[in-house]
Design a protein around this ligand. Structure first.
Ligand SMILES: Nc1nc2c(c(=O)[nH]1)N[C@H]1C(S)=C(S)[C@@H](COP(=O)(O)OP(=O)(O)OC[C@H]3O[C@@H](n4cnc5c(=O)[nH]c(N)nc54)[C@H](O)[C@@H]3O)O[C@H]1N2
Ligand SMILES: Nc1nc2c(c(=O)[nH]1)N[C@H]1C(S)=C(S)[C@@H](COP(=O)(O)OP(=O)(O)OC[C@H]3O[C@@H](n4cnc5c(=O)[nH]c(N)nc54)[C@H](O)[C@@H]3O)O[C@H]1N2
Ligand code: SF4
Ligand SMILES: [Mo]
Length: 892
């Protein structure tokens, strides 16, 4: 019998896919517990590999279950008393600005709303910032400069009905996979549709590109300045639209001509062939229905706001906005980055899309909230906030749903700041993150599948997340913890909510309060919604003002904007390169970003062994020319050194990056590897307008790690202290603990083995195999026929599959007499070796795919019917194509 499912929303990326979740039941029903919601307008039933693996992340591994104060378990009451007493004391002694929230685009709108209300209206500080500062703060400021409001004009359908799609600084194939697949499907149906990717790196997204501009890092604004000039030269300016709906064009055009006087100077500035730029310019001139889709390659830049406005200028000049298939579309990363913007959850926002600078706004919000202590000016943006903390000015910080010890630039500075701060409160679902280890007070939060509320996706669509599972241990909702502290501070009536529904309707009422069409964000239709209506809310795009329940697909269809003159503003742009340029001392440029199967700091995706198999270790992608010049070894280790820090990463030789540039993913933390936190290397350089860090750019040195390094793989029944290793990385596995490691020298083996036997309490007896010719040495400890510890040493970096060996760590697994040799020889393991996993859904590896292709399989579709790979979520299709010789030729 099929089980009933409930609808909720995926907690990962800003696509905001609808998810059906089967509630646990006693019988073993074959229906998968998580599937795509066919009715949800973001995904129509599709899920990517992360969404499909959600069930695997519901396990309670390392869950934070009780509050604690200075490492000792405490009751909620004790923890909340300690927090409110301390806040009251610092506010009294040092003023309200000694307190700060550091929040996240991964809390729900209702959580965000009460945090913002408490700080800005009741404690009296606008020190409410969030990891969205690292994510889309530049896009927000640019929209506001141009439109007078932070309004995303487009919707997902525009990506399917445009004729030219320019994807800038986005690797959507891996980061917004369901949207990418919608685009790929639309392009297949409409072959005239052109896709252009602008990214210094060749990425999986280039798979559908008709043109890839591998620009010099940071040079994007010059491309769009050139397109603005070209629109003028090619006579495709929309003069009547500009006259009716915009102002400031002449200055912007003059500036663009100064910045990009010729094709050759622009091509040179951007480091691209002139033919590529000409092709793009011709398409831009010839094709009216154009969407520019942009993400972190644009935003995370010291000139991020200008880059966004350079894009918006081009759309305004050609009237390509407010129409089907046209617009400047900033795509959000986190599931509720948009919800955060809606409540005003950034230090330079007030509430409900109002700012401190908007005349009358502070008074309006004060009256609506009946707030006793309204903040009156912007608070500190993330980087400034942590610097003020180090300087002793922020004395209490409440960090919620983010891991700044990994994600902020210059994490050593973040450590110093948190050490200095008198009270660090961290609300998280996990016990052991790089930030929870810095907390004075830990508060256990409910997580996805347990909490109730709303999130808003990249196309302004509000969807419900539904609490379907019970909260484990003493975990509580984030909004509840904030409201309890507010009440203890004396603000009972303003925070006396019975549930998320109460908060949502208040938020809706504020959005409509004295609005009358003056503010874009208006969801007044919901102000009187009942609990039952909230519980059955279907996904809807804002604005949804009173009397207009339908939702709004596209904004600015009438050419009216939210500036004082109701016109959109052109901004004159002078393109600049990243603030730090490489030089003799720091000859390489580091670019950072995401991999397909991991989410941020791996606190959730790191629980799914199957997701670890695509990319199992932190790596740095380096062009073969540089690998050779630096004497590095492919798959070996490199040390990356920047003026702010260091990291050790595995070398991945790749032509995807250009010589002189390297790329490293951001995901690995100290909980997963000893020396691979990439944000260590990033300087605290920010955009002057948005405060967004230049997280995509550091100047670095690369060093080969001495040749005598001994590499190893370790399997263990228990976690190990590997602090005397040069390098270790824990790879999530189905059973036990699996580490890839390196020792500085083979001479350290004896001491290391002694240390490991002491730690594990294992005997001095082990099975051993040595091959002096190959430098291999292997040791296994068995306890009552069960594998307890296995050490494999190799003198060269090795890609041995540990799949079969890991199964021997399963609790009921026995090592049979005849398998003892296989354990040391690894022979059975190799018989099972699938190679690097390409398709995570069906765990199909590169070696299996290569074999099928060698045997005559000639297309991705045939691969799918033979091996199943690519036939579920489709996230791996760009990679599968790389195995098919005819497809590789086509893309070359
Ligand atoms: N698998 C996965 N998906 C995710 C996430 C995740 O952690 N894992 N996180 C989510 C979040 S919060 C976000 S914000 C999004 C981010 O989504 P994206 O922005 O698509 O992801 P990134 O990999 O950070 O960066 C995108 C690209 O910017 C390029 N780039 C670097 N410098 C420049 C430049 O100067 N100009 C241009 N044009 N490009 C440049 C990089 O080479 C990279 O390919 O992903 C969301 N989706
Ligand atoms: N160098 C470099 N740095 C970057 C980036 C980059 O591209 N390059 N990207 C930046 C971007 S775009 C982003 S968005 C950030 C992301 O960086 P972070 O926000 O630091 O990363 P997450 O791993 O998502 O952290 C979320 C934390 O919240 C916890 N959590 C999950 N759900 C809940 C909940 O409901 N309540 C509570 N209280 N806790 C919860 C998780 O366990 C986890 O510890 O990284 C930024 N940093
Ligand atoms: S694309 Fe994937 S990660 Fe993003 S919301 Fe959809 S299922 Fe979740
Ligand atoms: Mo993000």
């Amino acid at each position: 019998m099929a089980q009933a499912f409930q609808k909720t929303t995926c907690p990962y990326c800003g696509v905001g896919c609808g998810v059906n979740m089967v509630l646990p039941s006693a019988d073993n029903d074959p229906v998968p517990p998580v599937s795509g919601d066919e009715m949800h307008p973001a995904n129509f039933g599709r899920l990517c590999v992360k969404g499909s693996s959600l069930a695997q992340t519901l396990i309670d591994h390392d869950r934070l279950l009780t509050p604690s104060i200075h490492g000792h378990s405490a009751s909620w009451d004790e923890a909340l008393d300690t927090i409110s007493d301390k806040i009251a004391q610092v506010v009294k002694d040092h003023g309200p600005d000694a307190f700060a929230f550091y929040l996240s685009g991964q809390i729900l709108t209702e959580d965000y709303y009460v945090a913002n209300k408490l700080a800005k209206g009741f404690i009296g500080t606008a020190n409410v910032d969030t990891n969205s500062r690292l994510c889309m703060a530049s896009a927000v400021v640019a929209y506001k400069r141009a439109f007078g409001s932070d309004t995303v004009p487009c919707c997902y359908e525009d990506l399917e009905c445009c004729d030219l799609l320019i994807m800038v600084g986005s690797n959507a194939a891996w980061t917004h996979p369901v949207l990418y697949q919608r685009i790929a499907a639309a392009k297949q149906k409409r072959p005239h549709m052109k896709v252009v990717v602008i990214d210094p790196r060749q990425t999986a997204t280039c798979d559908i590109a008709d043109l890839h501009l591998a620009i010099k890092p940071g040079s994007d604004a010059a491309i769009f300045s050139y397109l603005l000039c070209h629109s003028d030269r090619a006579n495709v300016l929309d003069h009547s639209y500009m006259a009716d709906s915009t102002s400031g064009f002449d200055d912007a055009l003059k500036c663009a001509y100064e910045a990009t006087p010729s094709l050759s100077s622009t091509a040179d500035f951007c480091g691209v062939p002139e033919e590529h730029l000409t092709l793009l310019a011709n398409w831009w001139a010839d094709i009216d229905k154009t969407v520019t889709f942009y993400s972190q390659g644009i935003n995370q830049s010291s000139s991020g706001v200008d880059k966004c406005n350079a894009i918006i200028n081009c759309h305004l000049a050609t009237g390509r906005i407010g129409k089907a298939g046209a617009g400047p579309f900033s795509i959000t990363g986190q599931p509720n980055a948009m919800g955060g913007r809606e409540v005003g959850g950034l230090a330079n926002q007030l509430a409900a899309h109002m700012d401190f600078a908007t005349p009358g706004a502070r008074d309006l919000v004060q009256r609506f909230w009946q707030a006793p202590n309204m903040a009156s000016e912007n608070g500190l943006k993330a980087v400034d906030l942590f610097q003020a903390m180090e300087a002793g000015k922020i004395k209490v910080v409440w960090i919620m749903s983010t891991n700044p010890m990994v994600s902020m630039p210059d994490t050593a500075q973040v450590r110093r700041a948190l050490e200095k701060c008198e009270l660090v409160i961290v609300s998280d679902c996990k016990n052991n993150t790089d930030t929870t280890t810095m907390a004075d007070i830990l508060l256990p939060a409910t997580g996805w599948s347990e909490k109730n509320g709303t999130v808003t996706n990249s196309e302004r669509r509000i969807s419900r997340q539904r609490g379907l599972l019970p909260a484990p241990g003493e975990a509580r909702h984030d909004w509840w913890a904030i409201c309890e502290v507010a009440k203890k501070l004396g603000f009972q009536s303003a925070f006396d909510y019975q549930g998320a529904h109460d908060i949502f309707v208040e938020h809706a009422a504020l959005s409509a309060f004295e609005n009358d069409g003056t503010r874009d964000f208006d969801i007044g239709h919901f102000h009187s919604m009942t609990q039952a209506e909230y519980d059955t809310l279907v996904p809807v795009q804002w604005p949804v003002p009173k009397g207009q329940p339908e939702g709004t697909k596209r904004m600015f269809t009438d050419g009216q904007f939210f500036t004082s003159d109701r016109k959109a503003h052109f901004i004159p742009i002078t393109p600049v390169l990243p603030q730090q340029a490489s030089n003799q001392e720091w000859p390489y440029v580091l670019n950072t970003g995401r991999v397909r199967d991991q989410w941020h700091t791996m606190t959730r995706t790191g629980d799914a062994a199957s997701l670890a198999r695509h990319t199992n270790q932190p790596y740095v992608e380096i062009h073969p020319r540089d690998v050779k010049a630096l004497g590095l070894q492919d798959q070996g280790l490199a040390r990356l050194v920047s003026p702010s820090g260091q990291a050790i990463l595995k070398v991945k030789t790749s032509r995807a990056t250009s010589p002189g540039q390297v790329f490293a993913p951001i995901h690995w933390t100290q909980a997963f590897a000893n020396a691979s936190v990439v944000s260590n290397l990033i300087p605290q350089v920010v955009d002057p307008l948005s405060g967004q860090p230049e997280s995509k750019h550091a100047v670095i040195r690369l060093e080969a790690i001495a040749k005598k390094v001994l590499f190893g793989s370790i399997l263990s029944r228990q976690t190990l202290d590997l602090s005397d290793f040069l390098y270790w990385c824990r790879i999530p596995s189905e059973h036990g603990f699996y580490y890839e490691v390196a020792l500085s020298s083979a001479a350290d083996v004896e001491k290391t083995v002694r240390n490991l036997t002491l730690q594990t309490g294992l005997s001095e007896h082990w099975l051993e195999y040595q091959n002096p010719l190959s430098g291999q040495s292997r040791m296994a400890w068995l306890e009552e026929d069960q594998l307890a510890l296995l050490l494999y040493w190799h003198s060269k970096p090795n890609n041995l599959s540990m799949d079969w060996l890991v199964t021997k760590l399963a609790p009921d697994s026995r090592v049979l007499e005849q398998e003892r040799l296989a354990i040391l020889a690894g022979s059975l393991a190799q018989a099972e070796d699938k190679g690097e996993i390409i398709c995570s859904c069906f765990q199909v590896g590169s070696k299996q795919i290569q074999k099928a292709v060698a045997e005559g399989v000639g297309s991705v579709a045939e691969l799918g019917s033979q091996l199943k790979c690519g036939s579920n979520c489709g996230s791996c299709i760009p990679e599968l194509k790389q195995f098919i010789p005819s497809d590789v030729e086509k893309s070359a």
